[in-house]
Design a protein around this ligand. Structure first.
Ligand code: FNR
Length: 381
């Protein structure tokens, strides 16, 4: 199927799957263990029904949305994704540039395959930085200092990785550090020549922000220890709040009590996220966690939601349930996998046009008007 015939994000995913070696496709497409949580993310969105209201003049629809004091042209942004250039060479930069051009936020991952400085320049004011707290405080401080120097105003600290997620597909694909060219990998590359040639041209991707530190890594455990720590606690968050002068978001909140504590600690917002179902198989989908969190937060800070957004209407569902803004990881990534820069643009256009259409169908001229009264099962309506 050609890019122009891709009608949905799911179509882009299928096209990406045909162009990318399996081990690299699975790296992005996969979830934790049997992927139950990842599946539930999508299913739970489908279960949220919105009842349209008719005979409202929707000839002018405005998709602008403000969060954390910044106004964007759409109510969604690009979530942080590590090592995305392994999925498609140059993906990080393509997405940072897309976000700048469309005026939506781009979150540069600590584990990106492009340095935070290069991504700050490409996103040009639309960039936020995602931090993984390292087991080595100097590594964390080094990243913070670099993020400040690069001009990032918003820091998103990820809380939901006390341990790396177990992804069965990656184990089956025998992904290892350092990367090994097994006969199977070579065969998969040979079957996807465009990916293989583009990758050769770009060179092997690495976790660019830690390139020097990881040069001598000989195991996955080495990489993990540099990137994350099981010892990240509320005390550390308190210190981080004092240390970071800009806006601070906590990503990976699923429990209303945790959300409440983030607000008490002076965070500017949270991302209700289950990491796209990549951390635990047993967890709740984010739209199910959201209502209790929205109630606990009670307007004290911004609530952003991600995990499973594949349709424009999903953003309206999230908004109706109490979110202020949304992020998507894989939807835009699939676009890049399906067709590089043009594919990324196609993914954005699909989501945005679906959103405009859904707003009109719902009888709302802007995001501000979307609230719980549209929920089919809203008791007080
Ligand atoms: C991620 N995610 C992620 N989150 C984060 O805080 N730092 C990171 O480096 C990464 N890396 C990463 C890699 C890949 C391949 C994926 C798919 C996801 C999680 C990401 O920011 C976001 O929460 C999810 O992608 C949202 O779910 P959807 O939209 O992909 O379903």
């Amino acid at each position: 199927m050609g890019l122009d015939r891709a009608a949905s994000v799911d179509d882009l995913r299928l096209r990406a799957k045909r162009r990318i070696p399996r081990f690299a496709f699975d790296l992005v497409d996969g979830g934790a263990e049997n992927e139950r949580n990842m599946r539930r993310n999508s299913e739970a969105f489908e279960e949220v029904e919105l009842t349209p209201r008719y005979m409202v003049d929707v000839s002018k629809i405005d998709t602008r949305s403000s969060v954390l004091g910044q106004t964007f042209d759409a109510p969604f942004g690009m979530a942080p994704i590590g090592m995305l250039n392994a999925f498609w060479p140059g993906a990080d930069l393509m997405l940072a540039q897309l976000c700048k051009a469309q005026n939506i936020p781009y979150v540069a991952s600590s584990a990106a395959s492009t340095t935070l400085e290069t991504l700050a320049e490409a996103a040009d004011g639309n960039g936020w930085f995602q931090l993984y707290v390292s087991s080595d405080p100097d590594v964390t401080e080094g990243l913070l200092a670099r993020a400040e120097a690069a001009g990032y105003g918003t820091l998103m600290v990820t809380a939901d990785v006390p341990a790396a997620g177990k992804r069965d597909r990656d184990i089956r694909n025998q992904l290892a550090v350092p990367f090994r060219f097994t006969p199977e990998v070579i065969m998969q590359c040979a079957m996807n020549p465009r990916w293989a040639l583009t990758s050769l041209k770009h060179g092997a991707p690495n976790v660019a922000n830690y390139a020097d530190l990881l040069q001598s890594a000989t195991s996955y455990a080495d990489v993990q220890k540099t990137l994350i720590t099981p010892g990240f606690t509320w005390d550390d968050l308190k210190h981080l709040r004092a240390r970071w002068k800009g806006q601070l978001l906590v990503k990976g909140v699923l429990h209303a009590k945790d959300a409440d504590m983030c607000a008490d600690l002076g965070c500017d917002g949270i991302v209700v996220s289950n990491h796209g179902g990549r951390q635990v198989a047993f967890g709740p989908p984010t739209v199910e966690a959201l209502p209790a969190i929205a109630k606990a937060v009670a307007g004290r800070m911004a609530i952003i939601l991600d995990s499973g957004i594949r349709r424009g209407a999903d953003m309206l569902r999230a908004k109706a349930l109490g979110a202020d803004f949304a992020f998507t990881g894989r939807a835009l990534a699939y676009g890049v996998g399906a067709g590089g820069e043009v594919g990324a643009q196609r993914a954005f256009d699909i989501l945005h046009l679906e959103l405009v259409r859904a707003l009109g169908q719902l009888g709302a001229v802007s995001l501000d008007g979307v609230g719980p009264t549209y929920l089919s099962k809203f008791k007080d309506a």
